[in-house]
Design a protein around this ligand. Structure first.
Ligand code: NGO
Length: 530
């Protein structure tokens, strides 16, 4: 018998069993394995029935674990607005009655790791289990995509909330699945950053890298060096008013991300890309004079005076304050394009800064140029341009974060007609953004050398959420899949269909996506909210 005939037989028999086994089951059979999920899960087993969310349901969570309860609240916040259901989060020490949602920990399946999960939807309820609350949150992202797109609405929708039944067992390929947002070239307020975090959570990213300082602006309050923000934060590319996050606002971002199991990775770029700092404090400069604030887009002209002791006091204070408000594992020290710092000054600077970061207990990440220095064990080299630099890092025994500009920079235009974006590295259409494998991309960088993948959204040409949406969508979900799904399961033709199926969600969420003709948008012509 042909496999397709076999599977239809299986589907038919499970349908019949479903009808016989459940007296309140009156829905047509559906196929869980045909659902358009991004990232594509490791394994999906369909049993051919449907389950409906009902107004009298609750979300039961394993008692005695705050993180599990938090995941329950997070799920309630996703399901609540569109269903209008008053979903109570209830702690329980035994599995709940039939027809409910149950979130609990289960560490027996070791292969799942910290972020893996098993989501079992039957006609008697939803059972989501994981070794860690992080996995529950990843499973929630899956559940969300299994529901009709109207679930993304912020107003009550009068529809049947149907789910296909079956079991999804899933875990990530890479430990680090990140997205960088440049808030320095143009400043984005807290609510925009939160919205970006929401996008990341939808596609199982787990790191948000914030590029907090550059020539054009300093964006994080440092109490011991207040002029960094009062002066350095006062403008942006094009001469707009800029802005910065107070430490309290930054903590709000961190907390919002943490609930979604996304770790914030803050970056202070140095010794180059520091004009905003130099304009704020003349003593950081060679001649004790402050340059003008800078609102252009050229790079590589500024440097801290790396031979001055006060510069290290500055770095220690900044990193110290930042580490104190950053619960995550990493501090990013930049290190890119320090074209006016002589190499004999650059290397000892990076080495001293590494010691300063290490003293805070954080792990160092830096752009690939930092591999010129002697790296401390555990440091992460973020490959963006130079394979040679990344290989230098690997030769020193450290791991690489893959962000090749030609594939992973979503500030690049889709093509020459894109209304915003740069193209110095490449034009990156949606298929090109998806169709690459970090583990084979660059000679001498193999799977074992790679910690993960990060897409970067630099902000020279983007000023608001509308611009972010246009460059991030529909490319962003693809990086989520590259980071999460096994390379062998990834296929552009199939992905293009699944991406096209996200269209209704984008529109309901008001995401102004770029209507690329490379995507199989399904029957509807794309109508981005431009
Ligand atoms: C480069 C540069 C950034 C630019 C970006 C624009 C790195 C690591 N340094 O990437 O300053 O904003 O390109 O695409």
């Amino acid at each position: 018998m042909k496999p397709s005939a076999l599977s239809s037989l299986a589907l038919l028999s499970s349908f019949i069993i479903g009808i016989l086994g459940s007296c309140n089951q009156s829905y047509p059979p559906t196929d869980l394995s045909a659902e358009a999920l991004i990232p594509i899960p490791v394994s999906v087993l369909s049993d051919g029935n449907q389950f409906q969310l009902r107004h009298d349901m609750n979300i039961y969570v394993e008692a005695g674990n705050q993180e599990v309860a938090l995941a329950g609240e997070y799920l309630a916040s996703i399901l609540g607005p569109a269903t209008g259901f008053d979903l109570e989060v209830e702690e329980t020490i035994v599995p709940p009655p039939k027809g409910q949602i149950y979130l609990h920990l289960d560490a027996t399946d070791r292969e799942l790791g910290k972020e893996g999960y098993v989501l079992e939807i039957t006609d008697s309820g939803i059972d989501l289990k994981a070794p860690d609350a992080a996995g529950l949150t990843m499973g929630i992202a899956t559940l969300r995509q299994l529901l009709p797109p109207e679930i993304e609405s912020q107003t009550i929708q009068d529809i049947d909330w149907m789910l296909s039944t079956g079991t999804i067992r899933d875990y990530p390929e890479y430990e680090y699945r990140g997205a960088m947002l440049d808030v320095a070239r143009h400043f984005f307020p807290v609510d925009v950053v939160k919205r970006y975090i929401d996008y990341l959570a939808m596609y199982k990213f787990n790191r948000l890298h914030l590029h907090l300082s550059d020539d054009q602006g300093w964006r994080i309050e440092i109490r011991s060096w207040p002029r960094l923000t009062t002066i350095g934060g006062s403008t942006e590319v094009g001469g707009g008013k800029g802005g910065f996050y107070t430490q309290d606002e930054y903590k709000q971002i961190v907390e919002y991300a943490r609930i979604r199991h996304i770790m914030v990775v803050p970056e202070i770029d140095m010794p180059g890309h520091t004009n905003a700092a130099l304009a704020s404090y003349p003593e950081l400069n060679f001649d004790n004079r402050s340059p003008e604030l800078y609102t252009g887009t050229e790079v590589g002209f500024s440097t801290l005076c790396t031979t001055r002791e006060v510069v290290y006091q500055f770095v220690e204070d900044v990193i110290g304050e930042l580490a104190a408000i950053t619960p995550g594992d990493y501090i990013h020290i930049g290190g890119d394009e320090s074209h006016v710092t002589p190499m004999e000054d650059y290397i000892p600077f990076i080495e001293r800064v590494q010691d300063i970061v290490q003293a805070t207990g954080k792990t160092i990440i830096g752009w690939d140029e930092i591999a010129h220095a002697k790296l401390v064990p555990g440091t992460i080299v973020q490959y963006w341009e130079e394979g040679d630099n990344a290989r230098k890092g690997i030769d020193q025994g450290v791991r690489v974060l893959m962000s090749p500009a030609t594939k992973a920079y979503i500030d690049m235009q889709y093509d020459s007609t894109s209304r915003i974006g740069l193209h110095w590295a490449a034009y990156i259409e949606v298929d090109e953004a998806y169709n690459w494998d970090p583990a084979t991309f660059e000679e001498g960088i193999s799977r074992d050398d790679i910690l993960g993948v990060e897409t970067a959204l630099w902000a020279e040409t983007i000023t608001d959420l509308k611009d972010i949406d246009y460059l991030a969508f529909p490319r962003l979900p693809g990086y989520g899949e590259i980071g999460w799904s096994p390379a062998a399961q990834r296929d552009w033709e199939d992905y293009s269909q699944r991406l096209g199926a996200q269209q209704d969600r984008f529109e309901i969420m008001g995401i102004g996506y770029y209507p690329s003709d490379r995507v199989s948008w399904g029957s509807k012509a794309p109508s981005p909210n431009e």
